[in-house]
Design a protein around this ligand. Structure first.
Ligand code: FEO
Length: 402
């Protein structure tokens, strides 16, 4: 069923209240999601994006109930990833001659996924436009690496709508469609989680693109992303947030992450947390057991932190596999301007702290010299090392030290 967006623009996507994960199981979904597709019915009828492959037949059937498919003049494929292009195969089987407007890289990704089907591709670049009647046009903006090489946005003049695709989206189901109708806490939380886990690796490109978009002097009344709520009320709020987040963002937070075998490493983690609060009461402190926490949610906490402490006991001359997998994902997200410290217990060989420190360096963190390496369970002598480690994370000398 279509939902009215503005003027002659409707939402014709799919709201997925039951989705639990995305990108395979690499992104957790806590509050549903949506794949937003849009129908523009000016003198020309334009479909902007489609939905994910499993919903392709329902999408085409629903669209048929709204319009005669033969009336679609143009299809805009802002991005080739299958959550937005997945219904093209079913749709193009019905209207095989319809021109598809997309970037040169999108031709590669679409043909790479679905094979060469003889679709009528029309390659566009930044600044190219398409007249759609009523004095309105779609102006295309390449969004390379935000977050695929093929990504693109389309700006509709007259109604001043930016169809931004993944940028500014959230994995968040909002039946009422618009940001002003959504739960504001969840909206912010999910927009941030999406930015951290999907877009942060491309933050330098994003900063340049925001500047380029600003230079185009587009009047933007609505930002219509391909996931989650449509930004109708103060749409520039999310652009301002992206500019902030893309610039090595941090809050006054330090977060402690660990996994533990027999609670020794857990005890050090909690002692570190207590000491942060003691030395710096204004600093927000959080503690997560990596094995028992959601990976994507913890990455949002890393993003907000100015420093992290990561702990693992030594096992098999290395670290726990939960921590190893977590740090691999941490590295992918290319966080900037954050300190880190390593800690952990051991019984005989004791490599975990050295390995953790190296992995954190490889992930782009400034690893402080102070670490805690506890032979067997931590005792008073081990806990006595905590203030210096915390002082290192806070960027100050430990109380009583020069
Ligand atoms: Fe929502 Fe990159 O696809």
């Amino acid at each position: 069923m279509r939902k009215h967006v503005k003027g002659n623009v409707s939402w014709v996507g799919y709201i997925d209240w039951e989705l639990e994960s995305f990108h395979g199981d690499d992104y957790s979904i806590m509050n549903g999601s949506s794949q937003n597709a849009y129908l523009i019915e000016e003198e020309k009828t334009v479909l902007v994006d489609t939905v994910w492959t499993p919903h392709r037949f329902d999408f085409v059937e629903n669209l048929k109930r709204e319009i005669d498919l033969d009336k679609i003049d143009f299809i805009i494929a802002n991005h080739g990833e299958c959550d937005h292009s997945g219904a093209l195969t079913a749709l193009m089987a019905k209207i095989p001659e319809t021109p598809i407007y997309c970037t040169a890289n999108a031709v590669k990704s679409l043909e790479g996924q679905y094979g060469k089907r003889g679709w009528n591709f029309n390659v566009v670049k930044t600044g190219d436009s398409l007249e759609i009647g009523g004095g309105k046009k779609l102006v295309f903006v390449e969004m390379r690496m935000l977050h695929w090489p093929d990504s693109m946005a389309a700006y509709m003049t007259g109604d001043n709508i930016l169809f931004s695709n993944d940028a500014f989206g959230q994995h968040f189901a909002v039946e009422e469609l618009f940001n002003d109708k959504a739960d504001q806490c969840l909206l912010y939380k999910e927009a941030l989680k999406y930015f951290v886990n999907i877009l942060n690796p491309f933050a330098p490109m994003l900063t340049k693109k925001l500047s380029e978009l600003g230079g185009m002097n587009l009047d933007i009344d609505i930002i219509a992303p391909s996931h989650g709520a449509i930004w109708r009320e103060n749409p520039m709020q999310i652009v301002e947030k992206y500019a902030l987040w893309a610039n090595a963002y941090q809050e006054n937070q330090i977060t402690v992450f660990y996994d533990t075998m027999w609670e020794g490493t857990a005890k050090i983690a909690h002692r570190i947390a207590e000491e942060i609060s003691r030395q710096s009461p204004e600093t927000v402190v959080k503690v997560f057991n990596i094995a028992k926490s959601d990976k994507n949610e913890t990455m949002t906490e890393v993003f907000k932190s100015k420093a992290i402490a990561v702990g693992s006991p030594t096992v098999g001359n290395s670290i726990l596999s939960s921590v190893a997998g977590w740090i691999e994902f941490l590295k992918q997200l290319k966080f900037k301007n954050k300190k880190a410290a390593a800690f952990g217990c051991y019984g005989w060989s004791g490599e975990s702290v050295k390995i953790l420190a190296q992995l954190l360096k490889d992930a782009g963190f400034s690893v402080i010299d102070e670490s805690i390496r506890s032979l067997w369970n931590p005792n008073d002598e081990v806990f006595a090392q905590v203030p210096a480690l915390v002082a290192g994370l806070l960027g100050a000398s430990a109380p009583g030290e020069a």
